[in-house]
Design a protein around this ligand. Sequence first.
Ligand code: FAD
Length: 730
Amino acid sequence: MPCETKPRFVVLYGSQKGQAQSIAEGIAEEAEDHGLVAELSCLNQDEKYNLEKEIAPVVFVVSTTGDGEPPDNALQFVKRIKKIRSPDHYKHLSYTLLALGDTNYANFCNCGKTIERSLQALGARQFYPSGFADDGVGLELVVDPWLEGLWNAVKEVASKMASERTAQSEENVKDSAKEFQDLTEPDVKISLLSITDQLSRETVTTDLHHLPSAPSTSSTLSGQNLSSSSRRTEFISQNDATQTTDEGIPQISSSSPLTNSVPPLSESSLNVPVLPPPFLDVTLEEVDAPEQSSGPLNKETVHEVPISRAVLLSRGDSVKTALLLELDISTCPTLTYQPGDSLDVLCPNRAEEVDYMLCRLGLKDKRNHHVHVALKKDTKKKGAQVPPHIPQNVSLLFLFTWCLEIRSVPKKAFLRALVEHVVDSAQKRRLQELCSKQGAADYNQYVRDASLSVVELLTAFPSCSPPLSLLIEHLPKLQPRPYSAASSCLRHPGKLHFVFSVVELPACFGRPAGRRGLCTGWLFDLINPGLVFPGKTESSSSPAPPKIHVSLRPSCSFRPPSEPSVPFIMVGPGTGVAPFIGFLQQREQERKRNPEAVFGETWLFFGCRHRNRDYLFREELEGFVASGTLSHLKVCFSRDGEEGEEVVASAANPKYVQHNLLLHRQQVANILLRQSGCFYVCGDAKNMAKDVNETLMEIIKTELHVDQLEAMKKLAELREKKRYLQDIWA
Ligand code: FAD
């Protein structure tokens, strides 16, 4: 009897914040419904896969982080394949790739593109066009159709590869048979080989025959039909919305579009993602002595340092509150930094939000209990593992304070999982809508674009009571927040400065009052009592300096030119000026130490709203100009028009940094294109960095008399040579 095997394929992911991982896991979950077997691994689990010998199709799902870098768990893989030189190394490999990125940042989907380039250079064949999804406009615009087309492509290529193998083995059989004949061996050996051949052909035929044309529709979930569409989704009919609300459950506000279901969506049938299988068993253990830990666990890389000074850089009536913090790092000899480096600030979740979460879970009394997390023995989740950011033997309070991003924007898979724990039927229906294909616009508007946090979502859906295990399964790691060093240790030995503006998230549906960003709000509260205002003498009776946990994030390339004679241009509006203060302090000290040396020209393009309210570091910058450290300071103010009117940009009246760049296009072109200088951009990724990039393109086009394509190539070359560098954030 022929043995019936399902075609297998390999899914490899590299993920920083869990998005790529959850898509890869979704693919692995869904595979069975398509008659396929998926083997899921993270790219850094190289003991679990072997591309050198892989004979099945491979699907990569990778995100990009920072300035186009691979996620931490893909870094080694990317380094490794970039080093391979043989053009036939992956000739046997058939792959496709889904890259996640954000066009607000430079180097969109760079990790995916790098992996693809390397695979192709090493002879791998793409069996299905790669997808490049943009978080800036909504990943699902690319991810959903890409996933829909994936299954047929995997099946086709798997069967083609199997046929090729069969053909190859037939060839081998023929060759072997000939050899046997030549050796005049007895017939028995030939017939044995024929049996093997026959088996393998039958297996292939069976595989093809058994591939389902559509996913199975066998199961039902609380009376809901399951979809028979090509995506693995559940199908929910509109009748589900008609159930009555249970008594005693708080009613959701009927006026909030976040929670209120309205036609046509409320009358529509819904395709919702399939329920992610639970995979964690969580137990709580009462302990005698509550733990004393008041900070993050990774003590080797994290330093607890005092804030020795806090200065308000913007005026009180400025739209954004900008602050400079000085850290005393003199007691941390390993915390050495260079201008261009950043530091990670590890901030806790807000105590009242942690309390709220524990209350919602009914676990407030158990806040000091230790949490034990283990994999469910019978979990159906492919490649399930205890998330690496969940430590063992910490209290519930610690877990929610330092490990889980309770401010994260809930993903659709999480919403889908929450649906199972909602009592009120109207709320249930609305959550189903928000995670459904049909409700994508509502999800984008009310959840994603509003940066609605999990805490805010649970507040808006009061009848939702998820178990602790579900939150641990779905909440991502509480990420440290990076800040650029805004000082040079030559100028401020033993000190590190950084600058930030307090993020203010406006009120929205689900957020009755605006709130501050997690880290910037926390830092602001921490230093508020001892804040120093510019021009005022520091009080000697300030309270004891608060301490924060930081770790260094060295930059590979965002550094001033190592050769002092190389001219360079810095573009840093608002808090984007931060690293350039470090560059200039360093340059000033170097000039003092080497008065004979030749130093190249330095240009700084700065911009803000109002000269008198938010011109950060004005005195220091003007001092750099006076001392000759900064050759040219070009500043513009976007809201300093007459009577507070917005400035209308004109050749003589630049509004934004890019207008000033255009005004000085010849000097910019000279430095960048003729004097081998460098160009640095720091700050807002959403608008500024894009506009500056466009402007550079214009300058290159006009100065070199080339078309758009050539200008793009030139910019790419400058990036490649690390002469066009960005340090940008959303
Ligand atoms: P969070 O609580 O994380 O909230 C920020 C989120 O809110 C973002 O997702 C954002 O999209 C969203 N958001 C913001 N405004 C709105 C709005 N109006 N409506 C809806 N959503 C909104 N920042 C600095 O100030 N100075 C620096 O020098 C600096 N350097 C950086 C260097 C690097 C390499 C990187 C990656 C980032 C840097 N940042 C810097 C950004 C910084 O790390 C934080 O992201 C920022 O301070 C916000 O942190 P938070 O915890 O206060 O906000």
